[in-house]
Design a binder for this molecule. Sequence first.
Ligand SMILES: [Zn+2]
Length: 246
Amino acid sequence: MIFRWWRQRRRRKLLAQMPDSNFITLLSTSIRTYADWPQKRQQKAQQDVRVFIAEKNWEGCNGLQVNEQMKVVVAAQAAMMLTGVQDYYFDGVETILLYPSSFRRKSSNGLIVSEKPLIGEAWHRGPIVLSWRDVEIITPGRNVVVHELAHHLDGLDGDISGSPILGTSEQQERWDAVSKAEYTTFRDRLDHDRSTFLDPYGGTNQAEFFAVASEAFFEDPHGLRFHHPRLFFCLTEVYQADPTDW
Ligand SMILES: [Zn+2]
């Protein structure tokens, strides 16, 4: 309780200071649709980004020096995911690790254990790991920060399995039924070498399907709504927002 009070007080103090114009310029170029947002939503994003930056440990890996621009770009993607959410800042994520480019996961004795280079990784109760080069590449439907933070949300129930926690049992049941059916159809298309709107990587398993669908939800919402209307609707319930309004 005292910790919560102290945290609220620290946040109020932080937000009482005016952000500099550099910060606003950087933020406005970090979210594709930011310029079209109503002022109220822009202000919420500004606040969310500042809290997110202040409350995470930022560590550069493989010689990368993490600067303010990098923090704003990463935090802006997190803020975009929080437009419909109040007073939550991915609280379970304590550390953001940034590599200059793709990386291989190492074991504690230094041996390389991941087969392929990774561009991002999320750990249950652990850091979010990102390749800065890939954070900068945001193309329609792709966003590595959204992808890894979606995994984090998915893991809040203790299991990264493509089943994020929703607000009501009705929404939860709808998500479970719709995402399972959509994933099965998606896998079927891949198995028959048919084209897909979503990145085929989503066919790896249901957890990746949720993360890939979340990327499309924020980066190409009209496309997702057109190709996967039921999945799109369920994601509006997961994120409590509708990016086609943006
Ligand atoms: Zn993934």
